[in-house]
Ligand binder design. Structure first.
Ligand code: GDP
Ligand code: MG
Length: 575
């Protein structure tokens, strides 16, 4: 074991105190790389702001110079590189202008190209990092900062902005700005900012800057003040105007002249200081340590899984043998008795039928039965025996068992759980949760944005059309009815079957009952599981305390794992 190093003083000057200068010299020689992307609707002044920030004409504003000119749009994602030198420091600046998103009638996946661009840069970096003979210095195109332009409506964020900001904040440091804030009065600006911050909290959008354990008090305070200022209300201009005889960067408008660089007029200066003076290095570090790292570990993990494929998750072991818990299911017709008991069944794969809808399961099943498949015990799996003399091949389709997954009632301590796992309190709690969710969708359709994570990508962009909101609420009603029926469980078949007719729009667009079930389950689990009690549910149940108290307690009350298995969420892959 090494003895702890004793601090000694050098007898004569060694010179390693110059290491800081050596590092500085090296860094200066290499220069710094800073990559920014601008995102927002067309015409909000993205190109203009970039030019204003760096006080040099870096990219053409596509705005009109003459009022009769048509608006020229930025049509592709387009990086522009510039080297800026200040007091011997070289900053290589990449600015990526993006076409306005959300301009179209159909905004389906309009944010995909932007997210893809950001991820592509991570991926290019990772590739270089992984090549054996890697360059000592990797050219860094990873995006360090995303300026997100908000329309200065003064009301609230568009639903699509919330979705896009959320998506972006998962992959990049997002810094929101209120565009063209000269169109709002100071009071309107402040109110708008408060509203936006509240919405971001509500939708759980985690924005830059993040506090880390390494931060000292001063940095924490600085970050706090930034968070209290976000979104920066900015004005951009590429032209100079004369104020008090001096030429300054500004704009003339109906009310007078705005000096872009005057803190009393707008927050442009705060934004510039934040980007270049106080947080430049932190933006770069955060990108590498948080966003890139998350991307990297996910990629490496995926790579590992590719080389080590797991057969049919949850159903079979690595050799394709059915797992024991599937063999111990309740007996069906017994036609596969031998194989089940001796573990001879091999799980091959599920066959995915295009455009499958839960409501059509019976039709699918009858199709398989016609082809000789019979039910495995009472599970929702159908199996086929090659041997025409096999008992399953002699069993008439009409006599085949029906699906009723029954898990061992081991966990149940009340003896009243439906199917041995769905306790009365779990049922009542989920019912409450679903009612609250439906009420929220009804009162405030915007809140259905919270479904986003559970929905397939193509449904996300139409999420806030009234039709989809109605459809979602109709599916939630199916869940509620399934919970209300004492002998049913809210599985996909029951939820889809009991949903109000408006739900059809959701199912026809590829939505599945699972997407809604997942959201309800997750909300319930997040709200209750940690506490280890049902306190949260007890808060929302005012008015029927007595009924609640009368419900039997069971060890399964908060067993969300069992619930997920029972209703099939465990095996259903969201997205
Ligand atoms: P982009 O589509 O987001 O890149 O927008 P542009 O930078 O091309 O600007 C669109 C139009 O808005 C141009 O006519 C700009 O002069 C104008 N504009 C840009 N910034 C501001 C601003 O802060 N306030 C006002 N009032 N107009 C602006
Ligand atoms: Mg532009």
């Amino acid at each position: 074991m090494a003895t702890p190093a004793e601090e000694i003083r050098a007898n004569s000057y060694v010179g390693f105190d110059t290491i800081t200068q050596q590092i500085e010299h090296k860094l200066l020689k290499r220069g710094f790389q800073f990559n920014v992307i601008v995102v927002g609707q067309t015409g909000l002044g993205k190109s203009t702001l970039i030019n204003t920030i760096f006080a040099s004409h870096l990219i053409d504003s596509k705005g009109r110079l003459e009022s009769d000119e048509p608006v020229r749009q930025t049509t592709e994602i387009h990086p522009v590189s510039h080297v800026i030198t200040e007091n011997g420091v070289r900053l290589r600046l990449n600015i990526v202008d993006t076409p306005g998103y959300g301009d179209q009638v159909n905004n389906e996946n309009c944010w995909d190209p932007i997210i893809k661009y950001i991820k592509d840069q991570h991926s290019a970096y990772l590739r270089k990092e992984l090549t054996a003979m890697r360059d000592r210095h990797i050219q860094d195109t990873r995006i360090h900062c995303c300026l997100f332009f908000i329309n200065p409506t003064g009301h609230s964020l568009r639903a699509i902005d919330i979705i896009v900001m959320k998506k972006l904040s998962e992959v990049v440091n997002v810094v929101p700005v209120i565009a063209k804030s000269d169109s709002l009065t100071f009071e309107e600006r402040e109110a708008f900012k408060l509203k936006i911050r509240a919405e971001m909290v509500y939708h759980n959008i985690r924005l830059y800057p993040f506090d880390t354990e390494e931060n000292d008090d001063e940095e924490i305070q600085l970050n706090e003040s930034i968070r209290n200022m976000i979104p920066f209300a900015i004005v951009g201009s590429e032209r100079n105007v004369i104020i008090d005889g001096k030429s300054v960067r500004g704009r003339k408008n109906r009310w007078g002249v705005v000096n872009v660089e005057d803190e009393k007029h707008c927050e442009f200066v705060y934004l510039r200081n934040f980007l270049t003076r106080t947080h430049l290095q932190d933006l770069i570090e955060t990108t590498a340590q948080i966003h890139y790292e998350a991307f990297r570990s996910k990629q490496l993990l995926a790579l590992k899984e590719q080389t080590n494929p797991r057969p049919a998750a949850n159903m079979a072991n690595a050799n394709g043998r059915l797992l024991k818990q599937h063999i111990e299911l309740q007996k069906g017709t017994g036609c596969f008795g031998g194989e089940v008991n001796e573990g001879l069944l091999f799980y091959l794969d599920t066959i995915t039928v295009k455009d499958e809808r839960e409501a059509d399961i019976t039709r699918l099943e009858s199709f398989y039965r016609k082809s000789g498949f019979r039910r495995l015990a009472k599970t929702n799996y159908l199996a086929y025996a090659k041997d025409p003399a096999h008992p399953s091949r002699k069993l008439p389709a009409a006599n085949d068992a029906t699906a009723e997954i029954v898990f061992s009632s081991d966990g149940c301590t009340c003896n009243q759980c439906t199917r041995g796992w769905f306790s009365k309190r779990m049922r009542a709690g989920l019912l409450l949760e679903a009612c609250v969710i439906r009420e929220m969708i009804y009162q405030e359709p915007e809140t259905s944005v919270v479904f986003v994570e559970c929905l397939p990508p193509h449904l996300r962009s139409i999420l806030l059309t009234q039709r989809l909101v109605d459809a979602l609420s109709a599916v939630v009603s199916g869940f509620i009815r399934a919970c209300e029926a004492p002998n049913l469980v809210p599985n996909a078949v029951h939820v889809a079957a009991l949903a109000r007719p408006e739900a059809r729009f959701f199912f026809h667009n590829g939505g599945k009952a699972y997407h809604v079930m997942e959201h309800i389950e997750r909300t319930a689990e997040e709200g209750n599981a940690e506490e280890g009690s049902m306190d949260n549910w007890s808060e929302s149940r005012d008015g029927w305390d007595e009924e609640w108290d009368a419900l039997p307690r069971c060890a399964n009350d908060l067993n969300f794992g069992l619930l997920r298995q029972g209703i099939g969420l465990e095996t259903f892959q969201i997205n």
